[in-house]
Design a protein around this ligand. Structure first.
Ligand SMILES: Nc1ncnc2c1ncn2[C@@H]1O[C@H](COP(=O)(O)OP(=O)(O)O)[C@@H](O)[C@H]1O
Ligand SMILES: [Mg+2]
Length: 149
């Protein structure tokens, strides 16, 4: 598995790393995000959304669970789903929110926070992004990106 690691020292650096990463994304791709509360998953997703020209405000959909943004890929429109499974406990809850239908939609990009709560329903994941805080340097983050399952 290819793994890329990078350390960022500010929110802006994380946004820049995310924008660069977004160049690799294709329609249908699924990205899983791992990391504690406040590690920077949503910041990273903001950078991905910025790359695709999303104009809506990007925030963790902790209560709505799934946010949908209108982006652009070249001249065409691109839907981005931002999913936050922080509050999800059971497979039944995933069914209620239409998680699988969303994940398998072939034309959109799916970005999943708290992906450890997806109960192994997703059979193929294109990228995994793990973000770790540094407890000595408050604004430092270690970002590890791996490709494939
Ligand atoms: N290097 C960094 N990268 C990303 N966020 C950072 C960084 N340094 C500080 N922060 C702050 O950490 C917080 C990350 O929050 P957020 O992205 O919502 O986390 P999560 O979605 O993982 O819970 C933000 O308040 C952001 O300003
Ligand atoms: Mg978040």
């Amino acid at each position: 598995m290819e793994i890329e690691t990078v350390t960022t020292k500010s929110e802006d650096e994380t946004l820049a790393v995310a924008e660069k990463f977004a160049e690799n994304l294709r329609r249908g791709d699924v990205v899983f995000f791992f990391g504690d509360l406040g590690s920077g998953k949503t910041e990273f997703i903001k950078g991905v959304c910025r790359f695709f020209g999303v104009e809506e405000i990007v925030t963790s959909p902790t209560f709505t669970i799934i946010n949908q943004y209108a982006g652009k890929l070249g001249d065409d429109s691109l839907t981005i789903f931002h999913i936050d499974l922080y509050r999800i406990k059971t497979k039944e809850e995933l069914a209620e929110i239409g998680f699988e239908e969303c994940i398998y939609s072939p034309d959109s990009i799916k970005l999943v926070e708290w992906a450890e709560n997806s109960h192994d329903l997703v059979k193929f994941v294109n990228y995994r992004v793990q973000i770790r805080s540094d407890f000595e340097n408050l604004n430092e983050r270690l970002i590890e990106i791996s490709k494939g399952n």
